[in-house]
Design a protein. Structure first.
Ligand SMILES: [Zn+2]
Length: 322
């Protein structure tokens, strides 16, 4: 089989008013050295217009353009702030969410990123919520067109059962809005989605092909280990730890389907004690090494028995999703 043109990378650094060129250069050099070709720039805690000391604001267009230049050879994306919700009924929160999304999309254009990943919000309300997300995504797309913004929003598959939405919902609303979505495989797994069988993964690939314009974009993928509980995601973990995200199976099926060329994979591994830049590089390199090896491993071995997973202490903790 010919070697796939895989794009693998990681969450690189926080993108804010404080991002220094030294940090950007160090990240770029390190990723380049290891052959990691994708990077997600994080605006997770950025705030709008605050003059509070230490508050993370959005960098100016000029700064962002400079940062983008330093990372010209990477496939870039931006992770929008946790403050965004497209499902909220609160007018103030909705207004802030729209402003954040627009800021992130303009920023994405300035740095040369293709999309902005974000969490769509809580799913209370069923079908109504789904329609609401779709309508709001469409409004964002209209705004992008008016402003000539080329980057697009990419809502993630949510990690908690209470968050919007599952794979099929997110894929469909993105498709109907003409934008992207982010297939967070760990989230999909944590909320009980069938990413543990080849059939489940093939079904997902089929849905992506039906809904997303892959001639225009690579589909954003997030992957990591994850600790899952009764309510879905508890927290991210290193690959091969936590509740057993089948990352080798996932990569193997993508390879066989010649789908590695159609995605951009961001490793979102986290560990409680070793969570620095070097740890994230190591984790992303596990994915790259597996892809480079050409190995096919389609056996799924859960890392813990299903039952103890659901009875574990972890399931009572609650942390923000990634
Ligand atoms: Zn994610």
């Amino acid at each position: 089989m010919p070697k796939p043109d895989a794009m693998i990378g990681m969450a690189a650094f926080q993108l804010s008013t404080f991002t220094s060129e030294a940090v950007v250069e160090l990240a770029a050099t390190t990723l380049r050295k290891h052959g990691l070709r994708a990077a997600e720039l994080l605006c997770l805690a950025n705030v709008l217009g605050s003059r509070r000391r230490g508050a993370l604001g959005y960098p100016s267009k000029e700064r962002a353009t400079k940062i983008g230049k330093l990372m010209e050879d990477f496939q870039l994306s931006i992770h929008g702030p946790y403050a965004i919700s497209l499902t909220t009924k609160d007018p103030k929160m909705l207004q802030n969410s729209r402003t954040h999304l627009t800021r992130c999309l303009r920023l994405a254009d300035a740095v040369g990123a293709s999309h902005v990943t974000f969490h769509a919000g809580s799913r209370r309300g069923g079908q109504t919520v789904r329609n609401r997300v779709q309508q709001r995504l469409q409004e964002v797309m209209v705004k992008c067109e008016k402003e000539n913004i080329t980057a697009v929003p990419a809502p993630e598959v949510g990690g908690k059962i209470a968050s919007f939405g599952d794979f099929e919902e997110v894929c469909a609303v993105a498709g109907n809005s003409g934008c992207l979505f982010c297939w967070d495989v760990a989230h999909d797994f944590a909320r009980g989605g069938d990413v543990i069988s080849e059939a489940g993964l093939l079904r997902r690939i089929e849905l992506i092909e039906q809904h997303i314009d892959l001639s225009r974009w690579r589909l954003p993928v997030h992957i990591s280990g994850i600790v899952a509980g009764r309510r879905g995601e508890v927290r991210h973990a290193p690959l091969g730890e936590g509740s057993g995200v089948p990352w080798r199976l996932f990569l193997s099926v993508l390879r066989e389907q010649k789908f590695l060329d159609k995605v951009v994979i961001i490793c979102e591994s986290k560990a409680t004690k070793r969570d620095g830049f070097d740890f994230r590089v190591e984790e992303a390199l596990k994915l790259k090494a597996f892809v480079d090896s050409g190995e096919i491993d389609k056996e799924y071995r859960p890392s813990r028995p299903q039952l103890t997973q659901f009875l574990s202490q972890d399931s009572v903790e609650s942390e923000p999703e990634e």
